[in-house]
Every structure is written in C-alpha cells, then in structure tokens.
Design a protein around this ligand. Structure first.
Ligand code: C2E
Ligand code: CA
Ligand code: CA
Length: 688
C-alpha cells in the first residue's frame, strides 16, 4: 500500500498517464469519485473486485455501488468532511459489497486530488484481502491443529537446527520424560544425551537432510526405573535448515516383543534355548563350519533314568532337577549360547573349531564329572547321571537332522554301555541306523501286506513230556529285507508304536489257532502270548482283549500273557491298572526271562503272577555249571512257595530235561522238543 501511495503523487491535475497506469493494473482496484461521490474512474481491477463493469459504474454513487447499508451514512459524512474540512479518511481494512451482494474484504487507501476545474476527486485504491485472510485463517487453523495434535500425542516433539541445537520442544505433561525435565531450548541435544545416542542422532539428521526422507532409529537410556527404549523419527523441514524429531517411548513394545521372543526361543523352565533355537544354532554352526572348512561337534545329553525319577517323585522334583541340570551345564560350558534344551531330559552342547573332536571328549568328561555331584533338592539328595552321545560334522552327518540323529544314536550307545558315560558316533552305529531306518520303513506296510506270521513253540510237562500248550512267537518275512528276527524288529515296533496293531494281530491269530488246534487234536491246550510294555499304554488294550476272547470263545484262563520285568520297572500306574484288569478277566500272567533283569522277588509278590519262566541263559549251563543249578533250584523252590508254575525255556538236551524234572520244574520248552512251528505244522505234530 505504501508503494501505491508513493506512486500517487499529490498534484492538481490528474494526467492521462496515471489513468493509463491504473487501467493496466487489474490486481488492484482503483476508483475515482467526484464531490458528489459519483464514479468518474473505474479500472479493470475494480470490475474484478466488485463485479461492476466500467459502464455499470460510471456516474453511479459510491454508496449505491459498494458500501453496505449500515456504513453508508458514515461514508457520506466522512467524504463530506474531507471535501469541506480536509479531514482525511485513513486507510483501513473494510468489508465492502460485491455486485452479487456478498462481502468483499479489502484494504482501502484513499487520496484526494483537485482537478483542473478545481473540483475535488477522491481516489480509492482497494486491495483484495480474501487471499490474505484465507492464508491467515489457515495459519491460525494449522497452529491450533498442531497444538491439539501435540496435546493428544504421547510422543515428544523437537524442532532442531541441523547441528542438534534445540529450537522448540513440546512434551505432553502426562507423559513425563525424566531425561528432558529441565528447560533446554537453545542447548545442543548432544550435551543432553549419552555419546552413543548422539552419534546415532546426528548421523540420522544428516541422512534425513540429504535424502529428504524420514529416518528413524531406536535407542535406549538408563532410567531410575530400569532401561527405557525410544524410537526417534527425524524429518527435515525443507528450506528452513531445521529438522523435526518425534521421540516415542517404546519400552512397553520392547518388553512384550522380548517376552514373545523369550517364549518362542527359550525354554521357560530352564531358560535355555529351546529345541527350535537350539536347532537353529546348530544349523548356523554347520554353515559356519562349512564356510571355514572346519569341524564342529554336538554333544547330545540325556539324563539317566530321569523318567523314573519324574514318575516316582513327581513333576515338581523332576522340574527342579532339570533346572539344576541346566545350571550345571551353564557353569561348565564357557559358551552359554551353545547350550540348549532339546526337550524332556535332553540337552545339547555345541562345539566349534578345528579341534572339535578333541574338545568334545574333554567337554564330555567334564560334564560327566559335574553330574556326578549329588543333586540336593528340597533337602533330599539325588544321584542323577547323564549319558552323552557325540557326533562330528562333517564325518557323522552334513545337515542338522543327520548330525542330530547321529548324536542321538551315539547317546543310545552310551546308555547301552551302562549309562553315565559318553560315546562317539561310529561307522557301526551308522550301519545300524541305516538298518533301523530300513526296518522302520518296511514295517509300516508289513501288516497290510500280510508279511507277519505267528509261529507256535509247543510247551511240555517236564515229567510226562505231554504237550500242554504253546507260546506264540512272531515271524516277519519282508520281500526287501528277507527274514527279520523278532529280537531286531520288536524293539523297533515298540519304539514306533506299531507294536500295538501288531500285538493285536498276534492275539487274534493265537486265539484262532488255539481253537483250531484243540478241535483237531480234541485236547485242551493253553496259549502264551508275549506282550510289550508299550501295549499297556494303549487304552483300548483291555477292550480289545475282551472282544477277542468273546469272538474266539476261548476261556480266559487258557490265555497267558508273558511280560518281562521291564514292564513293571516303568512304574506307571497305567501298567498296574492294566495288569489288574487282565488278572480280573482271568488271563494268566507269566514273568518272562526271569534271571536276566533285576529278578526282584517283590514284583512277584506285588503282582498277581501265575507263571515264572526261567531265562534260557540259565538253562543253557545247568548241566555243566553248578552255580546255575543252584540258582535254578532256588528259583523253582521260591516260585513254588509263592504258588507259581515254573517253566524252563531253551531246553536243548535230554540231560537238561532230566535235571529240570529232578529239580521239580513244571513245564519245559525248547529245541530239544521243537522249534517254533508254523500253525499248520504244529497241527500235524508230533510228526509220525
Ligand atoms: P522270548 O519271549 O524269550 O521267546 C523265546 C525265544 O527263544 C524265541 O525266540 C524262541 O524261538 C527262542 N527259543 C525257543 N527255544 C529255544 C532253544 O531251545 N534254544 C534257543 N537258543 N532259543 C530258543 P524268537 O522267536 O526269536 O523271539 C525272540 C523274542 O522276541 C522273544 O523272546 C520275545 O521277547 C519277542 N517276541 C517274539 N514274538 C513276539 C510277539 O508276538 N510279541 C512281542 N511283544 N514280543 C515277541
Ligand atoms: Ca516269551
Ligand atoms: Ca523268554
């Protein structure tokens, strides 16, 4: 406006040049009025601002054109005062009126000339304020909005120079930041934060300024109530040489993410890496070893007889033993992140580097020592040893599953060596493992392909030599593997659980054969069937037996189940329940392989056994070895005192048979009379 006032020089005559000047300016409205306030000049800018064309306006009065009603009297008076008394109308912001009746915001300046006829002419120079007003309103709105946003946000807000000097800071009161409690506008942020954080911050400011993108980073600070985590987002303020930084407290997210991570990767009982993370680390170890062309080793640890402890003393004690075991591992291994819990009572330790093999035996010895210390749990002392299997990469496997399997096999070897020791994976184990896989694989379809057949080994009265019944013994002929002995495939079937359907098959076959045999010979016989521990875990076992007896119409007392002591040693209540159910049905129970295991008399008393079978390893030596005779003699006497029938198995010679008869053994079974025979062959036995 000042420029315009300067341009318009007070003079007595208005020359055409000035009119021409205004004619060309259409951004500014210039109107000229005579002493009666009639329009004498109206430029393009006036038409644009008020809507009246020059021809509309010329000759019309000021107040009739653009002055709103309430202002008209005032304007007329002010104009009159200026014309007659020289009272200048000052420049002002006014709200005038458009041709269409709407308000027009203007900044209006006025000058008064005296023309060549000595008449006064007033010129009004009006600038449209609509844009300015809008911009002002918007600025106010934006300011209010920013305040509201900052008020509502939990984040802290900083405006900084690019060197980190704080220009403005806003932080919601409800969310107190202990770091920025004092007034620090004008300070450099670097003097307020630890070095590690300021390095990151300045680097991010540089990056944000350079790239024009929002750059964010996380940092943590120690606070009186523990570590706090923050996320800072840095954004440059284009062409102001400043940056805006929003800082958010992400401690809670951090904590929950950490918790999730803990649950996903760590075992909550021992706090060791869980199976998932352990195998991940093993995988990383193998890749590293491959890259560097070095060896790596895994020690696979399994606590000895842990299941027994857990079952007999309860899970609480079991848990404490596991925690203590993990602690001992931690204390004896220098690289704690190389320890893991693979599940149950299985742990692993990973070793890396050129001398892995040597290190692993040193490490295994150390671990065995550490576990030899008795465990003190709830004022009770426990001995809990460990068996360790060691597998080495790349010799014993190239991938995680291979290496792990080898270590597992080596661990089983350590167990079979009497536990509380360690074993390296060997070639022999490798072959055994391959054989095991073959058997497992072939066995999957063996039942449906009718590859199993039940053979029967007759049993005799030791004195009269009369057949009294038979023991059902399973045979497997597989087209790929040929004949596989039960000693080999039964343990595998037990392990995979296939023993359950296979065992049902044996019972069904044995009962069917018994019926047939009795019919053909018109005799009464008994049938003994071997039952594995794993079969007792089958909740359907009892129902199955009842149904099988019903279907075959065999009276239960003609059926006998042979179980080994191993079954009883598992010490689980489901076994006790199944045994008493079997006894209640009326089926006889025989303790098999007596003399080989713990041979605990207490089991014989505790459970309702009817029969005791002396293991063939003792029968073998009775005619040569007096110790064996004494043992067998004592066993028979003891069994008889408990009311049990005694069976001697593995009788191969006439001398053995005679001696057993002299020792009062009730029944015998063995190659001296017959091997296990095909059902059809037994029907024709004794061969004429
Ligand atoms: P076991 O119950 O001790 O069975 C007796 C084993 O001794 C049988 O071996 C039998 O053939 C063998 N035998 C019999 N008489 C003589 C003899 O005079 N001299 C010698 N040296 N051996 C003799 P087999 O049939 O190889 O069975 C081995 C083991 O497999 C059995 O030992 C039993 O524990 C298991 N088994 C066999 N069939 C089944 C079954 O259907 N179910 C279950 N769960 N286990 C079975
Ligand atoms: Ca048997
Ligand atoms: Ca036996």
């Amino acid at each position: 406006m000042n420029i315009i006032s300067d341009i318009i020089v007070q003079q007595s005559n208005i020359n055409e040049a000035i009119h021409q000047l205004f004619d060309a300016v259409d951004a500014i409205s210039v109107q000229g009025y005579d002493e009666q306030r009639c329009v004498v000049y109206w430029n393009m800018g006036s038409e644009a601002l008020y809507g009246y064309s020059e021809s509309d306006a010329l000759g019309k009065r000021l107040e009739d054109l653009i002055i709103p009603k309430p202002m008209q009297a005032f304007v007329i008076a002010a104009h009159a005062d200026w014309v007659s008394k020289g009272v200048v109308i000052p420049a002002a912001e006014l709200t005038l009126r458009h041709k269409n009746g709407l308000d027009v915001q203007v900044f209006s300046s006025h000058v008064m000339f005296t023309n060549q006829f000595n008449k006064k002419e007033m010129y009004c120079i009006d600038i449209n304020l609509a844009e300015v007003k809008r911009a002002q309103d918007e600025a106010v709105f934006k300011h209010n909005m920013l305040s509201a946003v900052l008020e509502a946000t939990p984040d802290a807000f900083f405006l900084m120079k690019e060197d980190g000097t704080v220009v403005e800071h806003y932080e919601n009161n409800s969310k107190e930041s202990y770091v920025f409690s004092s007034e620090f506008i004008g300070d450099n942020i670097c003097s307020l934060l630890p070095n590690t954080v300021t390095h990151k911050l300045l680097a991010c400011i540089q990056k944000a300024v350079k790239s024009g993108r929002v750059i964010h980073f996380e940092y943590d600070l120690d606070s009186p109530d523990g570590k706090k985590y923050f996320e800072a987002r840095v954004s440059r303020l284009v062409s102001h040489h400043k940056v805006v930084i929003i800082v958010r407290d992400i401690t809670e997210q951090h904590q929950s993410a950490e918790l999730i991570r803990q649950h996903a990767y760590f075992d909550m009982l021992t706090l060791l890496p869980n199976r998932f993370l352990s195998l991940d680390r093993l995988s990383a170890l193998l890749s590293e070893a491959e890259k560097n062309n070095v060896q790596a080793a895994i020690l696979f640890l399994d606590l000895d007889d842990f299941k027994k402890v857990n079952d007999s003393l309860g899970h609480e004690v079991g848990d404490k033993l596991l925690i203590e075991s993990a602690k001992r591992l931690h204390q004896s291994i220098d690289t704690p992140d190389m320890i893991g819990r693979l599940g149950g009572d299985e742990f692993m330790v990973l070793l890396s580097g050129l001398d892995s093999v040597q290190k692993s035996s040193t490490c295994a010895k150390k671990l065995l020592d550490v576990f030899r210390e008795p465990f003190l749990i709830d004022d009770r002392t426990f001995i809990l040893t460990v068996s360790i299997g060691i597998a080495v990469y790349p010799d014993n496997g190239l991938c995680v599953s291979e290496v792990l399997r080898s270590a597992d096999a080596a661990m089983y070897e350590a167990k079979s060596l009497g536990r509380n020791t360690y074993s390296f994976f060997t070639k022999k184990m490798h072959l055994a493992m391959l054989r095991r896989f073959d058997i497992e694989e072939q066995m999957q379809t063996a039942l449906e392909n009718n590859e199993f057949e039940v053979f029967y080994q007759p049993k005799f009265n030791a004195h009269s030599h009369q057949v009294i019944g038979a023991e059902a013994l399973l045979r497997w002929h597989n087209p790929v593997l040929g004949n596989v002995t039960p000693d080999e495939f039964i343990p595998i079937a037990e392990h995979t659980g296939l023993i359950v359907p296979i065992g049902q098959f044996v019972i069904t076959q044995a009962l069917a054969f018994l019926t047939c045999w009795e019919e053909v010979h018109a005799c009464s016989y008994a049938m003994a069937v071997n039952v594995s521990p794993r079969q007792f875990r089958d909740v359907e076992l009892i129902n199955f037996i009842k149904a099988a007896l019903k279907k075959s119409k065999v009276p239960p007392e003609k059926l006998e189940f042979e179980i080994t002591e191993g079954v009883l040693m598992i010490g689980q209540s489901y076994i006790d329940d199944a045994l008493s159910d079997i006894h209640d049905i009326g089926i006889n129970l025989a303790m098999d392989d007596f003399g080989t295991g713990y041979s605990s008399l207490s089991y014989l008393r505790q459970y309702a056994f009817d029969v005791l079978k002396i293991d063939r390893s003792f029968i073998n030596g009775i005619t040569e070895n007096t110790e064996d005779v004494d043992l067998v003699k004592a066993t028979i006497a003891m069994a008889h005192s408990l009311g049990l029938t005694v069976v001697a198995e593995g009788v191969e010679t006439k001398d053995q048979l005679t001696l057993l008869d002299e020792l009062n053994c009730d029944l015998v079974q063995g190659y001296y009379f017959s091997k296990a025979l095909r059902g059809d062959d037994l029907l024709e036995w004794p061969f004429k």
